[in-house]
Design a protein around this ligand. Structure first.
Ligand code: TXA
Ligand code: MG
Length: 306
């Protein structure tokens, strides 16, 4: 694919959406404050919600992070490029617009080949998910256009593989702490670090450690709810996502136990429900304890429940 017009846009201080292996990101030059302001404007994003810096080369981390502790090095070696965002103490020159004034910065190196090529040619990009604030993250180029308009610049990399946002881990404190679950699990991280890792997902009674945790996320206009015990999937105004039940109908999608496929498609189904006018998305409960993705799916579905 020819990326030159998108590279020119970034260099001119504009924003461009691009695919990653998790979801589509809305990219801007990480060193250009007015380009970064455009991200907040386009998304309607609260200005106290910091952004993830996306890099294409391991060395680039040194321009953002104050130092690279051994734990950071181990996680970079094990999981980059890939869906893991590391929160580290920031260098003083990192822009406040990136970190929302925090003394830490989130960094990740995505694995999608188009993302790597794009960032290689533009330099580090800040990139939140490329959706209007509060909407489900985009997993296809057409989702970005649903939110930002037909003529919005999007690099089309087809449907994203993972479909749920990266794991966010805070390495700036003594005990590493997962602030957002993602497809790289706590168990995988503990194996690499050889130490205990805590999970600190926001419960609405506490002060969040990650500003993004306090905002509503991932919600379609349709109601999202669980399939009730003994409920038959026969309401034509519902879009059913079934795991083990194999009923057939045009408004029923059977995942046959494949939770990775449900994860990859979840946000697409949320958006489909709104485009096709379904009142509810009804999801069958699952309990695959051996799956890395099951708790992540649960986290995102719970945030979308009304
Ligand atoms: O998979 C992903 O991470 C996608 C793709 C595009 O890379 N990006 C993404 O970005 O999901 P965004 O902005 O939608 O979510 C970033 C999350 C937010 O919850 C934000 O609050 C948190 O990371 N975050 C960023 N910097 C932080 C920091 N310094 N301290 C704590 N949380 C931070
Ligand atoms: Mg987001």
């Amino acid at each position: 694919m020819n990326l030159s017009k998108y590279i020119e846009l970034i260099k001119a201080g504009e924003v461009v959406a691009f695919p990653t292996e998790t979801v589509y990101g809305l990219g801007a030059d990480a060193w250009n404050p007015s380009a970064i302001q455009k991200i907040f404007k386009v998304k309607g994003r609260p200005s106290d919600n910091p952004l993830i810096v996306h890099i294409s080369d391991l060395q680039q981390i040194e321009n953002f992070a104050l130092d690279i502790p051994e734990s950071t090095q181990k996680l970079m070696d094990a999981f980059w490029p890939g869906p893991l965002s590391l929160i580290l103490k920031k260098k003083p020159e990192v822009l406040d617009a990136v970190t929302a004034g925090l003394d830490t910065v989130a960094i990740r190196m995505p694995s999608h080949p188009l993302a790597l090529e794009f960032i290689f040619k533009t330099g580090p990009l800040v990139a939140p998910s490329a959706n209007t604030s509060g909407k489900p993250s985009p997993t296809k180029a057409e989702h970005v256009k649903q939110d930002f308009g037909e003529y919005f610049p999007v690099i089309d990399g087809e449907a994203t593989k993972i479909g749920l946002e990266s794991t966010v881990i805070d390495l700036s404190q003594v005990i590493p702490s997962i602030l957002r679950p993602g497809s790289i699990s706590r168990k995988q991280i503990e194996e690499v670090l050889g130490t205990f890792v805590e999970e600190s997902f926001f419960h609405h009674t506490e002060k969040p450690r990650s500003p993004g945790q306090k905002y509503s996320h991932y919600k379609p206009n349709a109601d999202v709810r669980w399939l009730k015990e003994d409920e038959q999937p026969n309401d034509p105004f519902c879009l059913y996502l079934l795991i083990s039940n194999s009923e057939q109908a045009s408004n029923i999608i059977n995942y046959n136990g494949d939770l990775n496929r449900l994860a990859a498609e979840l946000y697409d189904r949320f958006r489909q429900a709104d485009v096709e006018g379904f009142g509810s998305v009804v999801i069958e409960i699952f309990d695959d304890l051996n799956s890395h993705i099951a708790p992540v799916l649960l986290n995102r579905i719970q945030k979308a429940l009304h």
